[in-house]
Design a protein around this ligand. Structure first.
Ligand SMILES: *[C@@H]1O[C@H](CO)[C@@H](O)[C@H](O)[C@H]1NC(C)=O
Ligand SMILES: *[C@@H]1O[C@H](CO)[C@@H](O)[C@H](O)[C@H]1NC(C)=O
Ligand SMILES: *[C@@H]1O[C@H](CO)[C@@H](O)[C@H](O)[C@H]1NC(C)=O
Ligand SMILES: *[C@@H]1O[C@H](CO)[C@@H](O)[C@H](O)[C@H]1NC(C)=O
Ligand SMILES: *[C@@H]1O[C@H](CO)[C@@H](O)[C@H](O)[C@H]1NC(C)=O
Ligand SMILES: *[C@@H]1O[C@H](CO)[C@@H](O)[C@H](O)[C@H]1NC(C)=O
Ligand SMILES: *[C@@H]1O[C@H](CO)[C@@H](O)[C@H](O)[C@H]1NC(C)=O
Length: 414
C-alpha cells in the first residue's frame, strides 16, 4: 500500500462497495482478514469451496475425477501435493491499475474473497523473461522479448516429468499444438497470440521434441481435459493478447491499439472518459476480466476440481511505461531495486541494465485452504515457483534454491 498513489487508494476504497454490489448482487461485504507475513494465522474462516459458492460461481460437479495417488511424492516445506495447480498469466497491469478498477469487477471480487499477496512483484521488463523466471527459476539475464532466444535450461516441466507428473501450457489462439513459427497466424501478418507469452516454447528440450511440444495445445483442449479427467497436475494458461490485457492485435474486437502512452491510464481508470483511447483500454481490461470470469468457473465446476487443487492468477509485470506505475522491486538479480524506488518519470528504473517487474496482484484460489488471506510479505514469481516445486517435492531450480531469500508462500498453503 505504501507505494499506491493517494488518489488510486481513494478510488480503490470508493469502488469497493460498488464493485461488490454490482457483481455479487447480495450487498454483503466479506470481512477482510489481514494476516501479517511474519505470523500467518492457522485459523481459517471458511474454505475456498464455500467462498466460491458464496460468489455464485460454484456448483459441485455430480461426478469427481479419480484422484491421483501421490504416495511417491514427498512434498517439502510442510506443503501437500496440489491435485492440480492452474496458473493464469495475465499481462502488463500492476496493483495501482487493478485494485478498484471498475472495468475489472470479477478480479476485484477474487481479490476480496481469496488469497491475495499485496506485495508481490514481477521480476523484470519485458514479458518473456518473467515467464522464463516463473518456469525455470531465473530470467537468465534476459530483458527482452526476442523470440530468437533459446533458454537451454532445466525447467519445471523436466522436473515434473521426472516424478511422473503431468504438465501442459494451454495457449489461447495458438494455431496448433507446439507451433513455433512466427508470432503471427501462419497464413497472414495478423497476430492474436504471442510466442513470448507461452514459456514452454522456449526450452529446446521441449520445442525440439514433438511429443513434449504436444503439451502446448490450444486452450480449447483445457475444457476437454477438465471434463475427461485428463488435466495434468501443472497447468499454465496463456490467454491470447485480446484476453490477457496486453492488447495490440488488429484481430481483437475494439482493441486496436496498444495502450502504451504514458499518462493515458490515469485518465482511463475512470470509465466515464469516453475518448477513443480510453474506450479501447477499458475494453481491453474488461476482456481480461471476462476471460477469467469465463474460465475460472469452468475449472471449479468441472470434475477435475478435486482435493488440494488451486488456481493462481497473476500478471507477468506491472504496466511499464505508464505514469501510474512505480517499478520498485525485482528478483534476486535486481539487488539495487530492493532498496530504492524507481519511477518512469526519470527513467531511473534502469540501473546497470537491471529492472524490477513492478507490483502485481497474486491471487490464490484454493479448494481446501483458508479462502481469504491477505499477506504483505514481499514475494515475486520465484516464491510462486518454489511453492509449486515444494508441493511436488521437486528440486529447486535457479534462484528458488536460495533458501534464505526465496521462501514458499506459506500463508496460502497451510
Ligand atoms: C453477511 O455475511 C455474514 C457472514 O457470513 C452474515 O453473518 C450476515 O448475516 C450477512 N449479512 C447480510 C445482510 O446478508
Ligand atoms: C498408492 O500407491 C502406493 C504404492 O505406491 C500403495 O501402497 C497405496 O495402496 C496406493 N494408495 C491407494 C489409495 O491406491
Ligand atoms: C535479448 O536478450 C538476449 C539474452 O537472452 C541477448 O543475447 C540479446 O542480445 C537480446 N536481444 C535484444 C534485441 O536486445
Ligand atoms: C488473418 O487471419 C485471421 C484468421 O483467419 C483473420 O481473423 C484475420 O482477419 C486475418 N488478417 C488479415 C489482415 O487478413
Ligand atoms: C480523457 O482521456 C484523454 C486521453 O485519451 C485525455 O486527453 C483527456 O484529458 C481525458 N479527459 C478527462 C476528463 O479526464
Ligand atoms: C519509496 O516510496 C515510498 C512511498 O512513496 C516511501 O514511503 C519510501 O520511503 C520510499 N523508499 C525509499 C527508499 O525512498
Ligand atoms: C468446506 O467447508 C464446509 C463447511 O465446513 C465443509 O462441509 C466442506 O467439506 C469443506 N470443503 C472442503 C473442500 O474442504
Amino acid at each position: 500500500m505504501s507505494t499506491m498513489k493517494p488518489f488510486a487508494f481513494i478510488l480503490a476504497v470508493s469502488f469497493l462497495f460498488q464493485v461488490y454490489r454490482d457483481a455479487l448482487g447480495s450487498g454483503n461485504l466479506t470481512q477482510v482478514t489481514t494476516i501479517p507475513a511474519a505470523a500467518p494465522s492457522k485459523a481459517p474462516i471458511r474454505n475456498g469451496t464455500e467462498a466460491l459458492q458464496n460468489m455464485g460461481i460454484f456448483s459441485a460437479s455430480s461426478f469427481q475425477c479419480p484422484r491421483r495417488n501421490f504416495t511417491h511424492i514427498h512434498s517439502k516445506e510442510g506443503l501437500k501435493p496440489f491435485d492440480h495447480v492452474f496458473i493464469f498469466m495475465m499481462e502488463n497491469s500492476g496493483n495501482d491499475v487493478i485494485l478498484g478498477n471498475e472495468n475489472m469487477p470479477f478480479i476485484n471480487l477474487l481479490i476480496q474473497h481469496f488469497g491475495f499477496a499485496a506485495e508481490y512483484y514481477g521480476i523484470t521488463h519485458t514479458s518473456l523473461p518473467n515467464y522464463i523466471a516463473l518456469t525455470s527459476g531465473s530470467n537468465w539475464w534476459s530483458h527482452n522479448d526476442s523470440t530468437k532466444q533459446i533458454f537451454d535450461h532445466t525447467c519445471i516441466a523436466d522436473k515434473l516429468e521426472e516424478k511422473g507428473l503431468g504438465w501442459k501450457n494451454y495457449a489461447q489462439s495458438i494455431p496448433y499444438a507446439g507451433y513455433k513459427g512466427s508470432s503471427s497466424y501462419p497464413q497472414n501478418d495478423s497476430f492474436v497470440w504471442l510466442q513470448e507469452h507461452v514459456p514452454f516454447l522456449f526450452y529446446p528440450q521441449i520445442f525440439q521434441d514433438p511429443v513434449r511440444a504436444a503439451n502446448i495445445p490450444p486452450l480449447e483442449e483445457l475444457e476437454q481435459d477438465l471434463y475427461s479427467c485428463n488435466v495434468p497436475e501443472y497447468v499454465f494458461i496463456s490467454p491470447d493478447i485480446c484476453h490477457d490485457m496486453h492488447g495490440g492485435s488488429d484481430v481483437c474486437p475494439a482493441v486496436t491499439e496498444y495502450p502504451n502512452t504514458p499518462k493515458k491510464l490515469a485518465y482511463c481508470y475512470n470509465t466515464k472518459n469516453t475518448s477513443k483511447n480510453c474506450v479501447n483500454i477499458n475494453n481491453l481490461w474488461k476482456a481480461g476480466d471476462e476471460f477469467l470470469r469465463e474460465w475460472i468457473p469452468k475449472i471449479v465446476n468441472s470434475p477435475s476440481w478435486t482435493g488440494n487443487s488451486v488456481i493462481i492468477v497473476t500478471w507477468d509485470e506491472a504496466n511499464y511505461n505508464e505514469e501510474l506505475d512505480v517499478f520498485t522491486e525485482g528478483g534476486p538479480d535486481t539487488a539495487y531495486i530492493y532498496s530504492t524506488n524507481f519511477s518512469f518519470a526519470d527513467h531511473s528504473f534502469l540501473i546497470d541494465g537491471y529492472y524490477g517487474g513492478g507490483k502485481v496482484p497474486l491471487i490464490v484460489i484454493s479448494r481446501e485452504n483458508p479462502y481469504h488471506i491477505v499477506t504483505y510479505g514481499k514475494y515475486n514469481h520465484y516464491n510462486l515457483l518454489k511453492s509449486i516445486e515444494a508441493s511436488y517435492g521437486l528440486d529447486y531450480l535457479g534462484y528458488t534454491s536460495d533458501d534464505r531469500q526465496v521462501k514458499v508462500l506459506h500463508e496460502f498453503f497451510v
